[in-house]
Design a protein around this ligand. Structure first.
Ligand code: F6P
Length: 337
């Protein structure tokens, strides 16, 4: 049966590329003659009946915009049965035959609850944490990595000039994807992630010592917020090796800014396939990526899936430092590329 009207919302922490996904949902829906209603402020907006009609022009020039034009929120009310019942009422009142929910794990848990009350939902993964189990990639991750890298490159300039140690805390909630990818990309002396048990002496102090022995005079330590706090790590470094690090918490700056090419492209494809799920009579699914391809998974199955940080990458990060030490120990005549 053809559907006539769907809703779209963004929920949880915002991520670069959310607007590109909203735009793709709206334009794909319109191209199939489906009306699109924007629900503002995530699940809370669905409870409150906070909505806006979206046409093709309302999403014009949003592809490159950071944040989310639909606003976002984390809703405690939606965790309650009463709240969800109100949300269903709004769907009935607006004649919504399906909802595209753009966000992370928490958003999809909400989507599952709503789908159980008879409102079909399709989820589109968007979070800078990349911590959604069913998908290799979440919209916003690459842009956030690039923002963090740009900041850390700048920090490195001043750390190098002053021959200092820098401890930088990046986001990621309970996952170390952001920290590890960024750590590899900036050539960090050490990276601390929640997936790898942290031993300050082995994972930080020893690595600074080895790096210093190899001739380095500045050190970059990247800490995932889920692995510890940067000020505390800084204090332990001072205690352990006597150098006084400068501490930077990158914070929400990582969530802002224009989405990069990867995020615009993948958000557009995911938004398209989310609507196609409804067009083709499905729903209650999550759009995901598998080796660059887009796939659609039943929501319950998708939510039970786990994704692990590839520890191979951790070893690679460590190897980069080790080979730097070996190379320098060979002496001044040793040529490297
Ligand atoms: O999930 C995205 C994220 O930015 C996490 O990396 C971070 O832990 C959290 O959201 C911060 O949330 P808030 O915006 O509520 O401070």
């Amino acid at each position: 049966m053809a559907i006539n009207r769907i809703g779209v919302l963004t929920s949880g922490g915002d991520a670069p590329g959310m607007n590109a996904a909203v735009r793709a949902v709206v334009r794909t829906a319109l191209s199939y003659g489906i009306e699109c209603i924007g629900i503002r402020r995530g699940w809370q907006g669905l409870i409150n009946g906070d909505f806006v009609r979206l046409d093709s022009t309302s999403v014009g020039h949003t592809l490159s915009r950071g944040g989310t034009i639909l606003y976002t929120a984390r809703s405690d009310d939606f965790m309650t049965e009463k709240g969800r019942e109100k949300a269903v009422m709004t769907c009935k009142m607006l004649g919504l035959e399906g909802i595209v929910a753009i966000g992370g794990d928490g958003t999809f848990r909400g989507a599952l609850e709503l789908s159980r009350l008879g409102v079909p939902v399709v989820g589109v993964p968007a979070t800078i944490d990349n911590d959604v189990g069913c998908t290799n990639y979440t919209i916003g991750f690459d842009s956030a990595c690039n923002t963090a890298i740009e900041c850390i490159d700048k920090l490195r300039d001043t750390m190098q000039s002053h021959e200092r140690c820098s401890v930088v805390e990046v986001m990621g909630r309970n996952a170390g994807f952001l920290a590890l990818y960024v750590g590899i990309a900036v050539g960090a002396t050490a990276v601390l992630v929640p997936e790898h048990e942290v031993n300050i002496e082995r994972d930080v102090i020893e690595r600074i010592r080895a790096s210093r022995l190899a001739g380095n005079t500045h050190f970059m330590i990247v800490v995932a917020e889920g692995a510890g706090s940067a000020p505390e790590i800084g204090r332990l470094i001072k205690e352990g090796i006597g150098i006084e690090p400068r501490v930077t918490i990158l914070g929400h700056i990582q969530r802002g800014g224009a989405p990069n090419a990867r995020d615009r492209e993948i958000a557009t494809r995911m938004g398209y396939y989310a609507v196609m799920a409804f067009v083709e009579g499905r729903g209650n699914s999550i759009i995901a990526t598998r080796e660059g391809d887009i796939v659609e998974l039943p929501i319950e199955e998708a939510l039970s899936m786990k994704k692990h940080l590839q520890m191979e990458r951790y070893k690679i990060m460590e190897a980069m430092q080790f080979s730097a030490s070996v190379t320098k120990r060979e002496g001044p005549g040793f040529q490297t590329l």
